[in-house]
Design a protein around this ligand. Structure first.
Ligand code: PMP
Ligand code: GLU
Length: 395
């Protein structure tokens, strides 16, 4: 009967991150001792002051439909956050709150892309970009980068990828999965190219903004000529460990924001009321309230980098943000490990799951077939044990 499913869904890939997390859960259910380093999800609890705001919202009966684009108080808080953290002026009208940044991105795709439009995705890119773009009947144009340029696209590569059909550029900084962070100078290099092509829009996914170990976060919308055509995407899943509360948002030109609201009004009616109230409290708090998580992530990154260096065949860049390492593991391709032939990164990720009981994600899902992604949003004990197991399994 599956043939009756729409071509749309038949052509869509399952989210590799979520699929690997589900597989790990299933194996755990069978009694296997799986260490899950596949899902990009902070392992911290939501800070208490945000939980309290959620409880209070329930008690205060925030239980009705909210305005489709989000409570006005929340959009005010987001507007202030954009100004405080990013120097960006987005009025309440230019902000749309959605059920996670994933939905924010889907809205943007649905309102801006037409069939056949090209969207440049510097690879590695976050898994869902590819399939969201395809869902909008647009064409993902993957531009591969390598560990030698710290997995960042150069202005020359961007220029070479642009055609008369290019409609958008989508990227994340800090990047999931490479952890790379674009400096303002590097963004300026890209902006210089984009200035020659005024009809190209940009989805700047800044959801890892606070998880940055190197520098000030830079937003491309701040650069000359970029504001009107950038959709700045953000959310509370990563910085506030609120993944399950499902709140994301955009700041954009008001005609784009209005279109996203119109679309969302037919699809979800808007994001969860209680989570929206709690998000006001989260965003009004000074970023210093979450610094402990960032400090902890940095320590774990250093730990993981140190341990991975001891595994021959794992080549790693130094990720400056987010909570992933993205080793190039192509040295293993063509080799046999414990009788298992490894031809690509999917083979290696599956091998690690079955022979090391460690869940990672294949780089193929991120458009980087030489790599695997390891999330270090896990406890120190788990990380040490996982990398020990990986080392044993591949040596
Ligand atoms: N963008 C990137 C780069 C991500 O890693 C994630 C993580 N899920 C998202 C967007 C979506 O986040 P959420 O829907 O939880 O807000
Ligand atoms: N963004 C996270 C990840 O990349 C969460 C899973 C998802 O939303 O795909 O693993």
């Amino acid at each position: 009967m599956k043939q009756h499913l729409s071509e749309r869904i038949q052509n869509m890939a399952t989210s590799a991150t979520l699929a690997m997390a589900a597989k790990a859960r299933e194996l755990r259910g069978e009694g296997k001792d799986i260490i899950g380093l596949s899902l990009g999800e902070p392992d911290f609890n939501i800070p208490d002051f945000i939980k309290e705001a959620g409880k209070q919202a329930i008690d205060e009966n925030y239980s009705s439909y909210t305005p489709v684009n989000g409570y006005a108080e929340l959009r005010q808080a987001i507007s202030k956050k954009f100004k405080r953290d990013n120097g960006l002026d987005y009025s309440e009208k230019q902000i749309v709150v959605s059920s996670g940044a994933k939905q924010s991105l889907a809205n943007v795709a649905m309102v801006l892309l037409n069939k056949g439009d090209e969207v440049i995705l510097p690879a590695p890119f976050w898994v869902s970009y590819h399939d969201i773009v395809k869902l909008a009947e647009a064409v993902p144009i993957m531009v591969p980068t390598t560990i030698d340029t710290d997995f960042k696209i150069t202005p020359q590569q961007l220029e070479a990828a642009i055609t008369p059909r290019t409609k958008m550029l989508w990227f994340s900084s800090p990047c999931n999965p490479s952890g790379s962070v674009y400096s303002e100078e590097e963004l300026e290099g890209l902006a210089a190219v984009l200035r020659k092509h005024p009809n190209i829009f940009i989805a700047s996914d800044e959801i890892y903004e606070h998880i940055n170990f190197r520098s000030e976060h830079a937003s491309i919308a701040n650069l000359d000529g970029m504001y009107e055509r950038t959709i700045t995407v953000n959310g509370v899943s990563k910085a506030f460990a609120m993944t399950g509360w499902r709140i994301g948002y955009i700041g954009a030109a008001d005609w784009i924001a209005s279109a996203c609201t119109k679309f969302q009004g037919q699809i979800t009616s808007g994001a969860n009321a209680i989570a929206q109230r709690a998000t006001i409290t989260a965003l009004e708090a000074p970023p210093s309230k979450i610094q402990f998580m960032i400090d902890e992530f940095k320590q774990r990154r250093d730990l993981v980098l140190g341990l991975l260096k001891e595994i021959p065949g794992f080549k790693v860049n130094v990720p400056e943000g987010a909570f992933y390492v993205f080793p190039d593991v192509s040295d293993f391709f063509g080799r046999t490990l414990k009788g298992v032939q490894i031809n690509n990164s999917s083979d290696l990720a599956m091998y690690l799951l079955e022979h090391a009981n460690v869940a990672t994600v294949t780089g193929e899902a991120f458009g980087a077939p030489n790599c695997i992604r390891i999330s270090y949003a896990a406890s120190t004990e788990e990380l040490v044990e996982a990398i020990k197991r990986i080392k044993e399994a591949v040596s």
